[in-house]
Ligand binder design. Structure first.
Ligand code: ATP
Ligand code: MN
Length: 478
């Protein structure tokens, strides 16, 4: 038998009646004659034409939606519209039957909510095939971007005893008997007897460990899973998500912003070049979906336009203070349309404010810098004004915050003073403080939420649809 060829390659092959073999899953079977076959290598199906007069009736019955088949035949030019070549089958073999009565994926439009319930099968739809091929390209492009620039890919621990943000939203990791945990004399759970001899959790960020690597390797990045037990049922939050966290020695905040903007543009461009067909399909899908929305909620740009626009324009850079002035004077604030009104300096920005700045005011990606120290983490470098820190958040249309980063505080006294103010135990982070004792230097880094990036590039509306098996409150199926 001739060697199997993937459909993506076959569709680009010149037809010369050569014998070919393809394998894949049946999407549809029309008129006992035309199989639309897909093997996941491309969004396009291959048409396989069956000679039904010379094919066993029993075999024809087994060519059903969802069945896995192997087809051998001649590659010929197609007369039908929508494809240039097709396979005239001489032999069909059923590799795996699929009972059409029971197969949940019918050849019709299913809602994204329904598909989430059958996430084990949703890869077989055009939409999810496209999403996960784009996700794959984006992650490859992330590595390529950093590798081209001499960054070292560093694997930071998944189980840690530190909580980078000092916030209580980490998942606990324990081996203690939950029904009967050992207690200390004062009646608390005795984590000394736990597996690691102390209380541990799943990482919420690899940053602190990443900084340690940067203090020797200069430029590092992490790209791994991150866990947050935040009970936020939003379209932007997952309990398990992937984060890219570069840390760079000798970078100030401007260098940091340049790198982040460069990274985002690089990976978007990569996807546009390597996944054109998938993104065109997703762009089309989004336009269809938007038809069902009221006029004012529709976007005047297609997904393709939005991605191109992002590449062609500099991100708008301004300080938090400037942003507050814009928001204070904005129409939705004056007309009390914001759920959280901006009264003055110091307020934490909500997603409605971020989206106003990006989508209504500047109409392009925005980088906000120099936030009040009260609403940011202890490790951010303090400005001379005594009020703000060298933080930066990148805000994207339709997404809100996609990147959060800062120049890190390298001065030991300032760092310790801030930890004291924020009640962060210095003993626990002795190793982190050591980098400020031995060869400290200006350095910076950021975290890019990978699924938020995939959301942007695919034009999807819910973060649960851009990770294969989403983890969120009350859901850990599959
Ligand atoms: P948000 O305010 O949106 O909750 P954050 O301030 O908690 O974000 P960081 O701690 O700065 O976010 O994390 C860095 C990046 O990780 C964010 O910019 C975002 O892209 C992503 N991110 C944060 N939390 C989540 C989550 N629960 N699910 C998916 N991505 C997330
Ligand atoms: Mn958060």
């Amino acid at each position: 038998m001739s060697q199997r060829i993937k459909i993506k390659a076959l569709l680009q092959t010149a037809p010369a009646e050569q014998e070919v073999n393809v394998k894949g899953w049946v999407r549809t079977f029309r008129n006992n004659q035309f199989i639309a076959l897909n093997d996941g290598s491309t969004n396009s199906n291959l048409q396989v034409v069956v000679d039904f007069n010379n094919t066993d009736e029993a075999l024809l019955k087994r060519i059903t939606t969802g069945a896995a088949i192997s087809a051998t035949g001649k590659l010929i030019a197609s007369l039908g519209k929508g494809q240039t070549v097709e396979v005239k089958a001489t032999e069909i073999e059923i590799l795996g039957d699929s009972d059409p009565e029971k197969y949940p994926l019918q050849p019709k439009k299913h809602s994204l909510e329904f598909l989430r319930e059958i996430a084990h099968l949703r890869f077989r739809t055009n939409t999810f095939g496209a999403i996960f091929r784009v996700r794959n390209s984006l992650s490859f492009a992330v590595h390529q971007f950093f590798q081209e620039r001499g960054f070292v890919y560093l694997h930071t621990p998944v189980i840690t005893a530190s909580d980078a943000e000092g916030a209580g939203e980490a998942f606990k990791v324990t081996n203690l008997d939950l029904l009967n945990p050992p207690k200390t004399e004062t009646g608390e759970i005795d984590f000394k007897q736990d597996f690691f001899g102390k209380a541990t959790n799943l990482t919420v960020s690899g940053q602190l460990e990443g900084e340690l690597g940067a203090m020797a390797l200069s430029d590092i990045y992490t790209f791994g899973p991150t866990f947050r037990a935040e009970n936020s049922n939003t379209t932007r939050h997952l309990a398990e998500f992937w984060m890219i966290e570069p840390e760079m020695a000798f970078y100030d905040l401007d260098d940091n912003m340049d790198l982040a903007e460069g990274l985002l543009k690089y990976v978007i461009k990569y996807a546009l070049e390597h996944n054109r067909e998938d993104i065109e399909f997703l762009s089309q899908r989004l336009q269809e979906e938007e038809k069902g929305k009221p006029q004012q909620e529709r976007s005047d740009m297609t997904l393709l336009d939005k991605l191109q626009f992002c590449l062609d324009n500099d991100f708008e850079r301004l300080t938090y203070t400037q942003a507050i002035d814009i928001l204070k004077d904005s129409t939705p604030n004056k007309k009390k349309k914001f759920q959280y009104l901006i009264e003055g300096w110091g307020a934490d920005l909500q997603s409605e404010h971020e989206r106003y700045l990006v989508e209504k005011h500047f109409k392009k990606p925005v980088i906000l810098t120099d936030y009040p120290k009260e609403i940011k983490a202890f490790y951010m470098r303090q400005n001379d004004d005594g009020k703000t820190v060298r933080a930066m958040d990148i805000l994207f249309p339709g997404i809100g915050e996609i990147v959060g980063g800062s120049q890190r505080e390298e001065r030991l006294d300032k760092l310790e003073q801030r930890m004291d103010e924020m009640d962060i135990p210095k003993e626990d982070l002795w190793w982190y403080l050591d980098t400020r004792r031995f060869g400290a230097c200006p350095h910076s880094g950021f975290g890019l939420g990978f699924e938020r990036l995939v959301l942007f590039v695919t034009g999807m509306g819910n973060i649960r649809d851009v990770i294969p098996f989403p983890r969120f409150p009350k859901n850990a199926e599959f």
